[in-house]
Write a protein that binds this ligand. Structure first.
Ligand code: ARG
Length: 458
């Protein structure tokens, strides 16, 4: 007999039964479901809605069920539809009449809302910790490469020289924003929907402040209809996860490029790369590729839930049962990607000579050459034109600015002197960019200090 079978005269069709049931995935909420029920039962007792001694029996019964589920001593069934009804029918099976009092002044609508919030709330600190572990590795790599010059790109064309440390701190800033996004989202979801009932609370003197506090929420949600129809917290979480994955994916793409023979800026540790079944020479960056690929799943989860919610009238609709799987999948994906990516980054070897070689070609110091002229009083636009002509000349003769004879410089502008070579040295170009946020050693050290302070404050 279904818990809700009162008005029905027929058994549920078996196809409908399976279709309707969510136990195969929402069993994952058993701990939160039981904690929510314990808080509810305690409040019912305290408010005199049920007898105190019955509330105590219910709480003991729920605790025993929790242990039994953990130890896999009980079976959860599709006949009982979802985790909420499975727990309740186990309880009623054990306690009889008393068990049946638990659902007083409560609905599965506020029950699922509180379970799901509790679950997401608890996963966020784990993801934040993983991001901070990644930050630490980024800092470590940056500290070791403050003077490792490499090309910076725009349009994937060599643009201006930077350092590997500056590059690492660029990503450190992205992941810092991801952490604060998750923190913001956690803060906003910290309100308890329990007591909202089906949608309009209850005629019993339910104390929502008590249950909110017992479950570790800052306060109860303000409007009961909103409480049971809101999944913003999950959408916001998925959106923060999607942005985080987008960052990991861009980083992965760079690592894939940097591992190629064309770049060879880094070498992955053997433990973090894989071979080919046919090509004996291959060493593939599979981890980075998979992280890049799995980003699609997380975006998919976000779009799934946004789409599920977009046309729903207030308040609860069964469509909302579709909220859990995308969130679970996103959590599993993010929590799988972050540690493996961090370990891959931690163990990769930087190849500074190859980076320097790449930075030496492609006229990466052309801006510096123009700046050299403007520092001698020439207007920037004029200097820009002169250097453009020099680059053109070099391309024709297979020269670089660093190797071009002084007479050739002077054939285009008499403003050039012997000191141009020093101005064009990569080290000079990087160290000259001492502006806040820039690639010079002191500027990057400041960036490192900022990230370290951020990590320490957590
Ligand atoms: N299994 C349902 C879900 O996940 C629980 C809420 C059911 N409420 C209802 N009125 N049918 O959304």
């Amino acid at each position: 007999m279904k818990l809700w079978a009162g008005r029905f005269q027929k058994e549920t069709d078996t196809l409908v039964n399976d279709f309707n049931s969510s136990i195969t995935f929402d069993a994952r909420l058993y701990q939160e479901d039981i904690e929510g029920s314990i808080a509810h039962a305690a409040m019912l007792g305290k408010q005199g809605i049920i007898e105190e001694h019955e509330a105590e029996k219910i709480i003991d019964g729920l605790k025993a069920i929790l242990e039994d589920i953990k130890a896999e001593r009980v079976e959860l069934t599709t006949d009982n539809e979802d985790i909420h009804m499975n727990v309740e029918s186990l309880l009623t099976g054990r306690l009889g009449e008393t068990g049946k009092r638990l659902h007083t002044a409560r609905s599965r609508n506020d029950q699922v809302a509180v379970d799901f919030r509790l679950f997401v709330k608890r996963e966020i600190p784990t993801i934040i910790r993983m991001c901070l572990d990644l930050e630490k590795v980024l800092v470590k790599k940056a500290q070791a490469n403050l003077e490792t010059v490499m090309p910076g790109y725009t349009h994937l064309q060599r643009a201006q020289p930077t350092t590997f440390a500056h590059y690492m701190m660029a990503y450190a800033n992205m992941f810092r924003r991801d952490v604060t996004r998750l923190e913001d989202c956690l803060e906003r979801m910290d309100e308890c929907p329990l007591g909202a009932g089906a949608l309009a609370t209850s005629t019993y003197p339910v104390d929502r402040f008590q249950t909110a506090a017992a479950l570790g929420f800052k306060k109860p949600t303000d409007n009961s209809m909103d409480s049971v129809s809101d999944r913003d917290f999950a959408i916001e979480f998925l959106s923060a996860c999607s942005i985080l994955m987008m960052h990991l994916s861009r980083f992965s793409e760079e690592i894939v490029l940097w591992c190629s023979w064309e770049f060879k800026f880094v070498e992955l540790d053997d433990a973090y790369s894989t071979g080919s079944s046919i090509m004996p020479q291959k060493k593939n960056p599979d981890v980075a590729e998979l992280v890049r690929g799995k980003t699609g799943r997380v975006y998919g989860s976000l779009i799934t839930l946004l789409t599920v919610m977009k046309g729903l009238p207030l308040a609860y609709n069964k469509d909302m049962q579709e909220d859990k799987e995308p969130v679970f999948d996103a959590i599993d994906t993010v929590e799988m990607c972050l540690p493996v990516f961090t370990a891959m980054l931690d163990t990769l070897t930087v190849l500074p000579n190859n980076m320097r070689k790449a930075a030496s070609g492609g006229f990466i110091n052309a801006t510096d050459c123009a700046d050299y002229l403007t520092k001698k009083g020439m207007p920037f636009r004029e200097a820009y034109m002169i250097v453009g002509r020099l680059v053109n000349m070099c391309i024709k003769t297979g020269e670089t600015l660093d190797t071009l004879p002084l007479k050739d410089f002077r054939s285009i502008s008499a403003a050039f002197d012997e000191d141009v070579y020093q101005a064009l040295e990569l080290k000079t170009c990087v160290n000259g960019r001492r502006v806040y946020g820039g690639p010079a050693k002191e500027a990057v050290e400041q960036q490192i200090a900022n990230i370290q302070a951020f990590i320490e404050a957590r």
